[in-house]
Design a protein around this ligand. Structure first.
Ligand code: VG1
Ligand code: CO
Length: 569
């Protein structure tokens, strides 16, 4: 522990700085994400921090305690120092900060809950590339540990549109590398910065959730690869997989957090984690997991790169949850999925008599359901899986949950999936991303689809692909969510085209991109077979007619000028 009070030598004076609003500081699906150069503009980051404190805490800013942590990307440390200066000036009494400014997103959520803090700032643009030419991002989480709900982010955005000043103590600076407390006197009040170990609380938490003895024994018999993608999970992987489970170091890949993630997209999917997929294809490993920049996403692969879609991952974990000690103790409430996620988990809910919910894209919509004890598990098709022990999705938790299911069933990843499909049928699912399309093309595409769903003739119409495979439209809408807990309504959450055989096409624009538009197309088809082997078809083959119909109906190629998507999942 070290303490510092140089107030007598160089008084810490609160200054009020005149500023003016910046356009576009609207938090998207998960916080504000922009190119680093935008955040580096004078007053830009300061404005957002000031607005975040006021919208997040209202009149409780004074005396509040917050956590700050980021994924290690370029500009995290600078932004953390700005938060320190502005929080000090606004009367925050304590900031808990991960050493070097680093904490994974799930760890931040846990720390808020464990230490009953009032909220926190997460410094990440998640899976977006980093480095001086990449993206930076900031997100405010509230006292339940979860991303601020829309009521807060809308207020935050309003404040950024009219902001005229912020408060700052320019000469307060903390040493982010030194563990322990550092105290400052700010106009007669004490302000403390506590630098904490990045992994300690998180590791204690997962040890309490899972049976570590079981996992340690199981991993002695298996060959697994864990890929940190040079994001924030490296230190957590080392503590858990190497120190606790005794995995050889060479089984843990890219475990050094880098400010630019080694120049790559820290996004665990078949495109951006292709090198891992290729190693798995060689057939020497039984299991692999990869995580994104801030540690909240996961990709799960089995032997020979058998790919588990996140939709199926959610359903399988739902079906096996009670084998995990945390759920044995606490029981299992319902499940939830984001709207574009396939309905696989709904079938598990039906079978086991649990409630299941469909929410808009973005983890913030799960928070109320978890706080009200309605759900224990939730997930998104975008490689997000998590549970009610915290209020963020959690990559490492998902990997540990999968290893627990394997250890408990004695089955391989592929066997777990095929037996799941034999019981429930299979939801074939695919997502096509068209990144960096012009905003104009994105808007036109959504306008065209809006016309389609508003046309009374659309329901009942038959849509065919060139081979003659046809689907009759059963219903279509722009998804609207009525939160069952607080009654809030979120409109325009994505166009849904739903067909009579249960298959579905969804279109929405991404809310995490930092420039232009990203169009996301989600396609889903359900099949129930008598022969379990017939479930092993390639999703792209099964869904081809629906994809063709989706592309034609939306005029995506004409409008975007793109022949192929950037990423196929
Ligand atoms: C994407 C995903 C969404 C996820 C969000 C944040 O949002 O689709 O499911 O919650 O990213 O994840 P969008 O609006 O771009 O589709 V993370 O790991 O980037 O915080
Ligand atoms: Co993320």
């Amino acid at each position: 522990m070290s303490s510092r009070d140089d107030g007598a030598m160089a008084p810490h004076v609160v200054e009020t700085i005149q500023t003016s609003p910046f356009d576009g500081q609207k938090p998207g699906t998960s916080g504000l994400r922009k190119p680093v150069a935008i955040f580096q503009q004078p007053h830009y980051t300061e404005n957002f921090i000031q607005a975040g404190l006021i919208s997040g805490l209202g009149d409780k800013v004074k005396g509040s305690c917050l956590v700050v942590g980021g994924d290690g990307r370029f500009f995290v440390k600078e932004a953390a120092q700005l938060i320190i200066k502005i929080a000090a000036a606004n009367g925050v009494s304590k900031l808990v900060i991960g050493q070097h400014g680093i904490l994974s997103t799930p760890a931040v959520s846990h720390i808020i809950r464990k230490y009953k803090l009032d909220g926190g700032f997460i410094l990440t643009a998640s899976h977006n590339p980093g480095g001086p030419k990449g993206d930076f991002g900031m997100k405010y989480n509230t006292h339940n540990g979860g991303p601020a709900p829309e009521s807060v982010t809308n207020h935050l955005f309003e404040l950024t549109k009219t902001i005229s000043e912020y408060k700052i103590v320019p000469n307060v600076k903390a040493n982010l590398d030194e563990l322990g407390s550092q105290s400052f006197q700010i106009q007669g009040e004490q302000f403390t910065v506590e630098i904490i170990d990045q992994t300690k609380d998180y590791v204690e938490m997962v040890k309490d959730i899972f049976d570590f003895d079981l996992l340690r024994g199981f991993l002695k018999t298996k060959r697994v690869l864990i890929n940190g993608m040079n994001g924030v999970t490296g230190p957590y992987i080392k503590k858990i997989f190497i120190e606790e489970f005794g995995l050889p170091e060479e089984m843990c890949l890219n475990c050094i957090p880098l400010p630019d993630f080694g120049g790559r997209h820290p996004d665990p999917n078949l495109t951006y984690a292709k090198d891992l997929v290729d190693i798995m294809k060689e057939g020497r490993h039984d299991f692999a997991a990869a995580f994104d920049g801030d540690g909240d996403r996961n990709m799960i692969l089995g032997h020979s790169a058998f790919f588990v879609t996140p939709c199926d991952s959610l359903a399988v974990l739902a079906a096996h949850l009670e084998t995990i000690p945390y759920f044995k103790r606490n029981g299992v409430n319902g499940y939830a999925r984001s709207m574009p996620t396939s309905g696989a988990v709904d079938l598990v809910g039906k079978k086991y008599g649990k409630e299941y919910f469909e929410t808009p894209t973005g983890w913030k919509f799960f928070g109320n359901l978890m706080d009200a004890n309605r759900i224990s598990l939730c997930g998104e098709e975008s490689f997000g899986t998590g549970s009610n022990y915290i209020r963020e999705k959690d990559g490492i938790w998902a990997a540990l949950a999968w290893l627990s299911v394997m250890a408990n069933t004695g089955q391989s990843v592929k066997e777990i999936l095929t037996s799941h499909w034999s019981t429930f049928g299979r939801h074939y699912f695919s997502r096509y991303d068209y990144e960096q399309v012009s905003s104009e093309a994105g808007d036109k595409l959504m306008e065209g689809l809006t016309k389609l769903i508003n046309d009374p003739k659309t329901v009942g119409m038959t849509f065919s692909d060139p081979t003659g495979k046809s689907y009759k439209m059963a219903a279509c809408d722009n998804f609207e969510y009525h939160d069952p807990i607080d009654g809030s309504v979120s409109k325009n959450q994505g166009i849904r085209l739903m067909f009579e055989d249960g298959s579905r096409i969804v279109f929405r624009l991404s809310g995490t991109g930092s420039s232009g538009a990203t169009v996301r197309l989600y396609v889903e088809g359900y099949e129930q077979e008598s022969d379990p082997n017939s479930y092993l078809q390639d999703a792209q083959d099964v869904l081809k007619p629906l994809i063709t119909i989706a592309l034609r109906t939306s005029k995506l190629k004409e409008l975007s000028g793109r022949d192929e998507p950037t990423v196929i999942t």
